[in-house]
Design a protein around this ligand. Structure first.
Ligand SMILES: *[C@@H]1O[C@H](CO)[C@@H](O)[C@H](O)[C@H]1NC(C)=O
Ligand SMILES: *[C@@H]1O[C@H](CO)[C@@H](O)[C@H](O)[C@H]1NC(C)=O
Ligand SMILES: *[C@@H]1O[C@H](CO)[C@@H](O)[C@H](O)[C@H]1NC(C)=O
Length: 325
C-alpha cells in the first residue's frame, strides 16, 4: 500500500473513533461552582460511562432515554440538578432517585410518564412534570406530601381533567403551575392542603365558564383573596344570584388548612429550637464572661485596697530566697 493510502486509512479510523467518543462523551466543566456534565442532545439511550462520580449538575435533556433503572444514577449520587426533559421516559424503577440524597431540581418535562416517580428524595425542592400524560387523576397522588422541601411543582399541559389532588397537606409548596390543562373549576378544598401557596398559575385554563360553577367561582375568589394567593389569570365570576351561594369557608376546609399550618410550624420547629438554643448559649457565654470579669475586678480592687499585688512580692520573695541560697 502506498504511504498516502495508509495515511488515508489512519485518518478515516481516527475520524470514526473520534465520532464514536465524541458522541458518547459529555462536556464536563465547572459552572458556578457546580461540577456540570452537559449531555444534552447526544442521542443517548443511557448514561455515558465516563461521568465523574461527583457530578452535581447532569443535563440529559433531549436524548433517547426510555427507562430508568434502580442503578441508573448509582455512578453519581452527588447530583443536585437533574435535567431529563425531552426524552421518552415511560418506565421508572421504584428506587431510581432514592440514592440521590442531595437532589434539588428534577426536570421530567416532555416525557411519557404515567405517574410521579416513587421514593423521590426528601431534599427535592423543584419538580417539573409538564407535558406528560395526565399524572393527576381523580385519586389523590401519593408521594408528594412526603417531599418536605418541595417548593415548586409544575404540571402544566397534561390535559388534566381535575385539579391535582394530593394524599396529604403540602406545607412547603409556594408555586404551582398547572396552566394549559382541561379542568373547569378549583375548590377551596383543592387549595386548603397548600397553605403556603403564593403563586398559582392557571393560564390557558377555561375556569368557571359553565353556569354550574358560579358559586365555586365566588368561593375560589374569596379563598385566594383571604389567603393571599397570586393567580396569574384574572378570574371573573358572574355576579348573577350570588346570594344563593354559601361563600363562608367551611369548617372542613379550614381544618385541612389548619393541619397544613401546624405541619409547617412542626417542620420549622427544629430550626427554631436550634436558633433558640444558639441564642441561649450565646447569652450564657456572655453572662459567664461578665461574671468572671466582675469577679476579677472585685478581687483586683480588694488587692489594691490592701496596697499591693500579691503575685509580684511572692516572685520577689522567691527570687530573694533563691539569691539568698
Ligand atoms: C428496585 O429496588 C427496589 C428496592 O430495593 C426493589 O424492590 C425493586 O424490585 C427494584 N426494581 C427493579 C426494577 O429492579
Ligand atoms: C407555567 O407553565 C406554562 C406552560 O408550560 C409556561 O408557559 C409558563 O412559562 C409557566 N409559568 C412559569 C411562571 O413558570
Ligand atoms: C364550625 O366551627 C365553629 C367554630 O368552631 C362552630 O361554632 C360551628 O358549629 C361549626 N360548624 C359546623 C357545621 O360544624
Amino acid at each position: 500500500m502506498t504511504p498516502p493510502g495508509i495515511f488515508f486509512i489512519v485518518c478515516a479510523l481516527l475520524a470514526t473513533v473520534n465520532s464514536i467518543i465524541g458522541e458518547e462523551t459529555c462536556r464536563q466543566y465547572k459552572s458556578r461552582g457546580y461540577l456540570t456534565a452537559d449531555c444534552a442532545e447526544k442521542r443517548l439511550s443511557k448514561l455515558p460511562s465516563d461521568l465523574k462520580s461527583d457530578t452535581e449538575v447532569l443535563d440529559l435533556s433531549y436524548n433517547l432515554i426510555r427507562e430508568l433503572y434502580n442503578n441508573t444514577f448509582s455512578c453519581c449520587t452527588s447530583i443536585q440538578f437533574l435535567y431529563l426533559q425531552g426524552n421518552a421516559i415511560y418506565e421508572v424503577a421504584s428506587h431510581v432517585f432514592a440514592p440521590l440524597s442531595s437532589l434539588q431540581v428534577l426536570d421530567l418535562n416532555r416525557n411519557v410518564l404515567g405517574e410521579i416517580p416513587k421514593n423521590l428524595p426528601s431534599s427535592l425542592q423543584r419538580l417539573y412534570i409538564d407535558e406528560n400524560p395526565p399524572i393527576f387523576k381523580n385519586e389523590p397522588v401519593l408521594e408528594i406530601s412526603s417531599l418536605t422541601s418541595l417548593t415548586v411543582l409544575t404540571s402544566s399541559s397534561q390535559k388534566l381533567q381535575v385539579f391535582p389532588r394530593f394524599d396529604g397537606v403540602i406545607p412547603n409548596l409556594i408555586e404551582l403551575n398547572v396552566s394549559n390543562n382541561a379542568f373547569k373549576f378549583i375548590t377551596p378544598q383543592d387549595l386548603a392542603p397548600l397553605c403556603q401557596l403564593q403563586f398559582l398559575r392557571v393560564s390557558g385554563e377555561k375556569l368557571f365558564t359553565d353556569r354550574e360553577y358560579q358559586c365555586d367561582c365566588l368561593r375560589f375568589q374569596k379563598w385566594v383573596e383571604d389567603f393571599k394567593i397570586n393567580v396569574d389569570t384574572k378570574v371573573t365570576c358572574s355576579t348573577e344570584k350570588p346570594e344563593a351561594c354559601i361563600l363562608e369557608h367551611t369548617n372542613e376546609t379550614l381544618q385541612i388548612r389548619e393541619k397544613c399550618l401546624s405541619e409547617l410550624s412542626a417542620r420549622k420547629l427544629p430550626y427554631k429550637l436550634m436558633i433558640g438554643s444558639g441564642i441561649i448559649a450565646v447569652i450564657l457565654c456572655i453572662g459567664i464572661l461578665l461574671y468572671i470579669r466582675h469577679r476579677r475586678r472585685k478581687r483586683n480592687k480588694s488587692k489594691t485596697v490592701g496596697g499591693q499585688n500579691s503575685r509580684t512580692p511572692s516572685v520577689k520573695y522567691d527570687n530573694k530566697t533563691l539569691e539568698e541560697k
